[in-house]
Every structure is written in structure tokens, then in C-alpha cells.
Design a protein around this ligand. Structure first.
Ligand code: GLU
Length: 459
């Protein structure tokens, strides 16, 4: 183990969104890359806006994405407790240290942090009031991503509110000191807080951790940062929709980081091996749901058959809709074949129930537009009759056997495979999209196929 200690420090004030997950991931990746420690710390001092339910969303989402934490709630550790709401005594102790060092004072019931430097009263045009300015040298931040940043921190600030609760800046820094955090990896929106934090570290005589402020995630369309209200922002949504966590993690890793060699789909072990600060971009990343869907499809396609079936069944069970109930009641080997036939065709598991519905009922939906188009062109009923004759005796044991038989039939009639395809597909599935026709035949089996043919022929 290296001495690297990083933390993900969410405030449980809402749902767990893409931005939080990406911050968590970059911390987790850095810990795993360096052999360091990944800490989960809950910044829940703002009682009113926190709830246990939100906490569970954080735990569940992190666990689902495979970001296990080495220290934190549920797992414990030598630097706990890991919820700020349980660390009140520690904050008082640290406040006493600052006070003993002459760096605090009370004003209007609040406790203020005192900057070092000469003071003067000036009128602030913006705030329209007289404020006390402190002549200080700029605070320097050598950010691992932004580089050299300077900011002038020239006003004292509140560290304990008049209601007795400590302020974010104070608890954030105290915990980073107490938990011996070596690297603070967080969203760029916090860069504006960092000079305050650095001044606090110095006042405590504590080593200042390395900072890495990661670029913002912009919303898919238009300017501005992605917020939890944006479409596709919530992690639990992807979980519900049957996205593969490994695909989402791969996608998240590329929101602001790249291995610099055009690779996109990567094993998590490779991402861990390559992940480091120089690979993180300074420019903002843009969320792209098509890219995510594509990534998910690529992962689905590569899943070994057994694994795919297990995940698909899990998804069906969770869904518990009339459609999935019927599917789950089907004969297991048949169900498995149906799922595997659909594997290369779907972008996410959420498409599966609708995509496979006609395999499990004779009462499937027929797309009227497709029917009118297919039945209105050429001699579809004649083609169906020819196919019926062929498939009554054809070898159904493999896709190629079925395909060869249809091709031979088409050749004998001076036609192509396509002349049989659309009417046959309409008959067995009620639509014009789906898995390969021969695969459809093989999995549905002769009996179902012929029954569906005759139903369309009689319509
Ligand atoms: N609780 C802060 C947030 O949710 C964490 C800031 C930090 O990582 O230092 O943004």
C-alpha cells in the first residue's frame, strides 16, 4: 500500500448523479492506480437537506458501479466516524487549536477565521457595505490539472455559524487533516473555495494536500454544466434501465480523462493501470447519451452467453411486468435461446422485454404500417405458401440449414432471399425489425412458424 489517501466526500442532498459518480470514480481510480486508500466521507452537516434515503442511494450506486471504499460508513476504519454529523467533538477540538493559535474571533454570534495581515475598512461597491479587507499575499495552488493558480483571499470568513454549526470550509479541511488526505480530487466548481482551504491548512500547521480539480461535465445540448435535473443525469436511472455498470464506468472514465491513444472501450484493469493526472483534460467534457448507449451495446455484445443470460433474467425479474412475467414462465432453454438471439441487437437490457415479446405469446402486436406495406407489394401470400411448403420439411437444426433452403427456393423461382424475408418476418413477429430471420425460425421452431404463417395467410 502506498501512502496515497483520497476521499470522495458527497453531501447527501439529492440523487447521485453523473458528476458525483465521475468524481468518485476519479478518486477510486487514483487510489487503485497508486495502491492507496479510497475513503468515503459523508458531508452531512447540513442536516435539513440530508436524509437516510439519499445516503442509501450513494452507497448503492457506488457499490453497483464497483467502487468499493476502503474506509467509510459501513466498513469503518481508523479515522472514523466517517459521517460529519458524528464528528462534532473533533470539530470543537480543532476549533480550540485555531483559537489557541489566535486565529479565531467571535462576531455577531458567529466564529470567524482570522487571516494574517494588515486590516483596513473599505466600502465594497458590489455588496454596498463597509467590509474589512486584509492585506495578504495571493494564495498559491499548484493544481495537478489546472497548474499554477493564484487567488487573493483578503477577507476573514465564518467557520462556525451563530446556530453553532460548523461551515463547509472548516469541516472539509479539518477532516482532510484528521483523515490524512494526501490528494483532494474534486470538481472544478470547488476551485474557488480552495484558497480558503489552503489558508486553513496553513493555520493548522498541517501539510497542504495536492489538489486536482477536474473539468466540469457540460450538458448534452447547449451551454452550461450538467445538473441533476438534466435528462440522463441520475445513476440509479441507468441501474433501473439495465445498463451494465462496467459500461457506465468505462463511459464515466472518459468524461475528462483519456488514455491518449484513441482507445475508448477498455477493461477496468487497463483504466486503473493508465489513470493518472496528466491524462485528465483541462477542457470541459460533454455528456453524450448516444456514446453511452453505444458503449453499453459494445459491452452487452461481448458478454459471455451465460453471463448475458444471468443479467437479462435479473433484469426481467426486477421489472416484474406482465410481459416479463410471461417470458419468465417460458421453458428455460427456449427463454435462453430467445435472449441470446437478441443479445447482439439491443443497446440495453431495457429494450429486451418489448424486443422479445412475440416469442412468448401468439397474441403479439402487429405493426399496421408494416403490414400494409408488406402485404401491398408483390405476391406476399404466394411467397408465404411457398415458404410453408419448404419449411414443413426443411432442416431446422441450424441457421445455415434454414438459410440454404430458402436461398435454393428463391433461386428456383428466379427470386432473391429478400422476396421471402419481409413477409415471413411480418408473419412470425408482426414487425420488420428483429434478429436474423433464420435465427427467428430456428428459435421459434417449425410448429410456431407454420402456425403464424397460416394465420397471416388467412387474414
Ligand atoms: N461535499 C462537497 C461536495 O459535495 C465535497 C467537496 C470536496 O470534495 O472537497 O461537493
Amino acid at each position: 500500500m502506498s501512502n496515497v489517501r483520497v476521499r470522495f466526500a458527497p453531501s447527501p442532498t439529492g440523487f447521485f448523479h453523473i458528476g458525483s459518480a465521475r468524481t468518485a470514480l476519479f478518486n477510486w481510480l487514483y487510489a487503485r492506480h497508486t495502491g492507496g486508500t479510497f475513503i468515503l466521507r459523508i458531508e452531512d452537516t447540513d442536516q435539513a437537506r440530508n436524509s437516510e434515503e439519499f445516503l442509501n442511494v450513494i452507497y448503492d450506486s457506488l457499490t453497483w458501479l464497483g467502487m468499493t471504499w476502503d474506509e467509510g460508513p459501513k466498513v469503518g476504519g481508523a479515522f472514523g466516524p466517517y459521517r460529519q454529523s458524528e464528528r462534532g467533538d473533533i470539530y470543537k477540538e480543532y476549533l480550540a487549536k485555531l483559537t489557541a493559535a489566535g486565529r479565531t474571533y467571535e462576531k455577531d454570534g458567529a466564529i470567524w477565521f482570522k487571516l494574517l495581515g494588515e486590516r483596513s475598512e473599505v466600502f465594497d461597491d458590489h455588496r454596498k457595505k463597509i467590509v474589512t479587507k486584509v492585506a495578504t499575499a495571493p494564495t498559491v495552488i499548484d493544481d495537478q490539472i489546472r497548474g499554477h493558480v493564484e487567488r487573493v483571499e483578503d477577507e476573514d470568513f465564518v467557520i462556525f455559524r451563530s446556530d453553532g454549526n460548523p461551515v463547509f470550509h472548516f469541516v472539509n479541511v479539518v477532516d482532510d487533516i484528521a483523515m490524512q488526505i494526501t490528494h483532494v480530487i474534486r470538481g472544478e466548481d470547488h476551485l474557488s473555495n480552495t484558497s480558503k482551504h489552503v489558508e486553513l491548512f496553513k493555520a493548522f500547521g498541517a501539510p497542504v494536500p495536492a489538489f486536482a480539480h477536474i473539468p466540469l461535465i457540460l450538458k448534452q445540448n447547449g451551454p452550461g454544466k450538467m445538473s441533476k435535473r438534466d435528462q440522463g443525469a441520475l445513476i440509479e436511472e441507468y441501474q433501473k434501465r439495465g445498463y451494465l455498470p462496467e459500461a457506465l464506468v468505462n463511459f464515466l472514465s472518459l468524461l475528462g480523462w483519456s488514455p491518449k491513444d484513441d482507445r475508448e472501450k477498455m477493461l477496468i484493469a487497463d483504466i486503473v493501470a493508465l489513470f493518472d493526472f496528466p491524462g485528465i483534460n483541462q477542457s470541459n467534457a460533454r455528456f453524450d447519451d448516444k456514446k453511452l448507449a453505444h458503449m453499453n451495446m459494445a459491452y452487452l455484445l461481448e458478454l459471455p452467453a451465460d453471463d448475458f443470460v444471468v443479467r437479462a433474467l435479473e433484469y426481467f425479474e426486477k421489472q416484474a411486468s406482465p410481459v416479463t412475467a410471461v417470458a419468465l414462465a417460458a421453458e428455460p432453454t427456449y427463454l435462453r435461446e430467445v435472449l441470446l438471439l437478441s443479445q447482439p441487437k439491443i443497446k440495453s437490457l431495457e429494450e429486451l422485454p418489448a424486443y422479445t415479446a412475440y416469442f412468448f405469446t401468439e397474441d403479439f402486436v402487429v405493426d399496421a404500417k408494416v403490414r400494409d406495406k408488406v402485404m401491398g407489394k408483390g405476391e406476399p401470400k404466394l411467397r408465404l405458401a411457398e415458404l410453408t411448403e419448404l419449411l414443413t420439411t426443411a432442416d431446422f437444426s441450424s441457421d445455415t440449414a434454414i438459410e440454404e433452403a430458402i436461398k435454393a427456393l428463391a433461386a428456383a423461382k428466379g427470386l432473391g432471399f429478400g422476396d421471402y424475408q419481409s413477409v415471413a418476418r411480418l408473419a412470425v413477429s408482426g414487425t420488420n425489425v428483429g434478429p436474423s430471420l433464420t435465427g427467428l425460425f430456428r428459435v421459434l421452431g417449425r410448429e410456431r412458424v407454420l402456425a403464424r404463417f397460416s394465420r397471416l395467410a388467412a387474414a
